[in-house]
Design a protein around this ligand. Structure first.
Ligand code: PLP
Length: 398
C-alpha cells in the first residue's frame, strides 16, 4: 500500500505537488484543466519572463520544429553560434558553453574552476560558496549549495567547497588569508531560493576586487537573476565590473530547457575539445528559441520594464500592508521580490491558489514573487491587490 502511495501516477515523488494541472497560458494568465484562471506571479520560478504563449517565442518554436530539432555537437550549429555571440556581447564576455539546465551550467563553472586551479598546480583547488545559496541538485551543485536540507542523505558531498556567510566581505578575506588553495568564488548576485537576499551595494564589487587581488575566478550564478529580471540583462551590470564566469538558465529559454556558462579573460581558454560536453546542449531548437528570447528582452526594453514594475509592486504592497502586524518588509530588485512576514506562512501558497494566484514561499516566511516582465501596469496592480488581500486575510485568521 505504502509502495502504491509513494509511486502515484508512475512518478517518483520528488515534488510535493499542489493539486492543480495547467492546460494553457496567455501572458501573465494561466488556466487549469477546469478552465479556472490564475494570475501567474511566479512564471514557473523565473522561467517564463516573456509570459505564456509569447507570439515571437511561439513562432520561432513552430518554425524551427518544422525545420530541424537536433543535429549533434559533432557538427557546427548556426543557432548556437548566433546565440553564443549574442550572449557574449550582451554580457561583455568572451564565449559560452550550452547545457540543458541551471545545474548543468554550474557544473561547467565548477569544472572550469578545477581546471583553472589544476593548471596552476594548486593541490585540491577550492571554491568559496555562500550560506543559504542554491546552485542545483546534481552532486557537485548540491555540494556547493549552502542548505543542509539539500545535502541530507546524499553524503559524502563533493569536496572542494569552503563556506562563508552571504554578504560578509570580512569572512571571505579571512578565508583568503588562511587557504592558499582557493581558486574561485561562486555566488548569486541576489539569493533566490535563500529568501530574496539582496546584498549591500558594494558586496559584489568587493568580491570582484578580492578575486583580482588573489587571481581567483569570480563566478556569478545568474540562473535566477539573469535575463532582464533585476532591471539589467544580468544583475552584475548594475555595477562596474565583469565576472570571469557567469551561469544562466531559467528565463533564457522561456520554458525551453537551456543553460549557459559564459567565460571571460582568464577563464576563457580552459575548456577544450574532449574535456566537456552535452548531447542536447545548444541544439538548434533551444538556441533558436533562446535567441528570440534575448532579442525580445532587448528590443522591448524589458529590463527597464522590470525596474518599473518591480517598484510599482514593492511600493504598492508596502502601502497596503503598512498597518498589518504580520508584515515585516519587502526586499526587491526589479521583478525579484521577497515579502518577509513575521510568522512562517507556507500555507499561503495553497490559499493563493484557491484565490487564483500563483506565488511561492521560501525561507519559511518570505513570499517570493517572480512575475513575467511583459506585464501591463494594470496586471502588476492586480498582483499588489491579490497578494495584499491574501496576507491581510491570513494575518487576521492567525
Ligand atoms: N542556481 C540558482 C540560483 C537557481 O535558482 C537554480 C534553480 O532554482 C539553480 C541554480 C538550478 O537550476 P536548475 O533547476 O535549472 O538545474
Amino acid at each position: 500500500k505504502r509502495y502504491a502511495l509513494m509511486l502515484s501516477h508512475g512518478l517518483i515523488p520528488t515534488y510535493a505537488q499542489l493539486p492543480v494541472t495547467f492546460e494553457k497560458g496567455d501572458g501573465v494568465w494561466i488556466y487549469d484543466t477546469d478552465g479556472k484562471k490564475y494570475l501567474d506571479a511566479l512564471s514557473g520560478i523565473a522561467v517564463c519572463g516573456l509570459g505564456h504563449s509569447h507570439p515571437e517565442v511561439t513562432r520561432t518554436i513552430c518554425e524551427q520544429a518544422g525545420r530541424l530539432l537536433h543535429t549533434s555537437n559533432l557538427y557546427q550549429i548556426k543557432h548556437q553560434q548566433d546565440l553564443g555571440e549574442k550572449l557574449a556581447s550582451v554580457a561583455g564576455m568572451d564565449g559560452c558553453f550550452f547545457g540543458n539546465s541551471g545545474a548543468e551550467a554550474n557544473e561547467a563553472a565548477i569544472k572550469i574552476a578545477r581546471l583553472y586551479g589544476n593548471k596552476q598546480e594548486i593541490d585540491n583547488p577550492a571554491i568559496i560558496v555562500m550560506d543559504s545559496s542554491f546552485h542545483g541538485r546534481t552532486l557537485a551543485t548540491l555540494s556547493a549549495t549552502g542548505n543542509r536540507k539539500v545535502h541530507a542523505g546524499f553524503e559524502p558531498l563533493v569536496q572542494g567547497f569552503i563556506r562563508a556567510p552571504y554578504n560578509d566581505i570580512e569572512a571571505v578575506k579571512n578565508i583568503a588569508a588562511n587557504n592558499p588553495n582557493v581558486v574561485a568564488i561562486l555566488v548569486e548576485p541576489i539569493q533566490g531560493e535563500g529568501g530574496i537576499n539582496v546584498p549591500g551595494t558594494n558586496y559584489l564589487p568587493e568580491l570582484h576586487s578580492i578575486c583580482e587581488e588573489h587571481n581567483w575566478l569570480l563566478m556569478l550564478d545568474e540562473i535566477q537573476t539573469g535575463n532582464g529580471r533585476t532591471g539589467k540583462y544580468f544583475a552584475f551590470q548594475h555595477h562596474d565590473f565583469t565576472p570571469d564566469v557567469l551561469t544562466t538558465a531559467k528565463g533564457l529559454g522561456n520554458g525551453m530547457p537551456i543553460g549557459a556558462c559564459l567565460v571571460a579573460g582568464k577563464a576563457t581558454h580552459l575548456l577544450a575539445p574532449g574535456n566537456h560536453g552535452s548531447t542536447y546542449g545548444g541544439n538548434p531548437m533551444v538556441c533558436a528559441t533562446a535567441l528570440t528570447v534575448v532579442n525580445t528582452i532587448e528590443n522591448e526594453k524589458l529590463s527597464d520594464r522590470a525596474t518599473h514594475l518591480g517598484s510599482l509592486i514593492a511600493s504598492g504592497i508596502e502601502k497596503k500592508l503598512s498597518n498589518c502586524k504580520e508584515f515585516n518588509h519587502v526586499r526587491h530588485m526589479g521583478l525579484m521580490l521577497g515579502i518577509e512576514l513575521n510568522t512562517p506562512c507556507p500555507e499561503l501558497v495553497g490559499k493563493a491558489l484557491d484565490n487564483g494566484l500563483l506565488i511561492n514561499v521560501t525561507a519559511g516566511k518570505v513570499i517570493r514573487l517572480l512575475p513575467p516582465l511583459i506585464m501591463s501596469d494594470t496586471e502588476a496592480e492586480e498582483i499588489v491587490e491579490r497578494v495584499s488581500q491574501l496576507v491581510l486575510a491570513w494575518a487576521e485568521g492567525l
